[in-house]
Design a protein around this ligand. Sequence first.
Ligand code: NDP
Ligand code: BG6
Length: 484
Amino acid sequence: MVSRVIPVDDFDLVIFGGTGDLARRKILPGLFRRFCAGQMPADARIIGAARSEMDSDGFRTLVRDAIIEFGGDDLSSRRELPDFLLQLHYVTTDARGDGGWKELAAQMRSGVVRAFYLSVGPGLFADIAERLTSFGLADAASRIVVEKPFGRDLETARALNHDLAKHFDESQIYRIDHYLGKETVQNLMAVRFGNILFEPLWNSQYIDHIQITVAETVGVGGRGGYYDKSGAMRDMVQNHLMQLLCLIAMEPPSKFDPDAVRDEKLKVIRALDDVETHHIVRGQYSAHGDMKSYRQDVENERSFTESFIALKLQLSNWRWAGTPFYLRTGKRMKARSSEITVVFKDPPHSIFGDEGGQHHNELSIQLQPNEGMTLDVTIKEPGPGGMRLVDVPLDMTFADALGPEADDVPDAYERLIMDVIRGNQTLFMRGDEVEAAWSWTDPLIEKWQARSDVPKPYDIGSNGPEDALMLMHRDGRRWRDIKG
Ligand code: NDP
Ligand code: BG6
């Protein structure tokens, strides 16, 4: 199989916060990978903008070091690196003042795509959007990319939408949720809507329940200050898990186009029921050996913020009424594993009687690592002795099925940035979608705040607190094992 790389149009990409952690770890190494893949036009320019005083040579050194540190040996040893660095420029710019803006405007070319990536805290979005227009950098065809968190509740998200809308049309705003850029997340749509096999069964008549797990082994890292004000609900559920839920639960869009897809996702979010208190389990990891507890990591011994959350959700619509969705995500868990499992109902009648036992099909979609799909099917246990049944997996690990090219796919950020240059908003969140997600999230958070809920402790390296297991056990169900 030969992967096709379609070069994008010529562009000027300004990265506000080009010296920051996200830019160095993800955005710039990702752009270099696209350069190596031959997707970046020879004249395209990447312009770093931040307050730090440096010239373009200084920025090139910073980017080269970042590629060496975060890009891995394969990437940093690529012979294309010097040529890529020549496409980089830097302008010292203060988002809150006037310094640098005229020089930045003078750098911009006309007749090429202009994209502005705001890899800065959301507190700077409004300042930058305003100056982009007042200094004449942005035109009607320009694109602005904004990072998460997009607000911390409905009110702040609305204010951000309002601030951006003063200067940009919705068709110019690209709200990043990097989960939408992951290969297997897009595969969810391909599996559901590219096959006739699944869709007729994709409803509450045939599906018992759906599980979504995003387990991480990392802790809060150096982002304790931010995380302790957010917690797993705001940091992961409101955006990443919500997007996964939307893709698994939405109606088939009429076509794969930005508004058709986003309209359907929005309907899912709006169909979410309020969550009952006993369907929410929050947890915090405890210290283990020389590994610090959550509270030690965030340096807040009185923190009640959750580093783990499990939820049982219901959707009120024709397709899903009666089929629960169980979601869980947490840090410092047993393994890094993101997986969606669709558990089908038992056949209505077993012709094999008691001997056959109870069996059902499970479709498990492994998002990361080891992207792939497994479908558990029931067969006869081999050998004599009657009709005993056993479940076996039809295993399709994409790397095995597709060969080395399955490993050679762009990472989420690379793909999403190329989509910005192409002007394709399908994998970005629309303003009303983000607001709807907060409208559902806010009352849940208020609920546990009102009763001063204390997160349950869980061991580092575990599946999360015991109560999360009980959330399913009470319903006669169980979580799928977390395997890395
Ligand atoms: P950092 O603090 O590492 O970087 C912030 C960047 O903004 C720096 O380049 C800084 O440079 C620049 N900056 C700060 N103030 C100004 C200003 N007044 N004018 C111009 N530039 C300014 O943050 P991150 O890179 O970690 O995060 C950036 C955004 O991405 C945040 O919204 C974060 O929530 C989001 N994000 C980050 C992730 C990550 O893993 N890091 C993951 C997901 C989202 P200087 O000080 O030189 O001005
Ligand atoms: C980020 C969260 O959006 O996603 C982090 O802020 C989290 O807390 C990260 O660790 C997980 O992303 P990935 O791609 O490693 O699953």
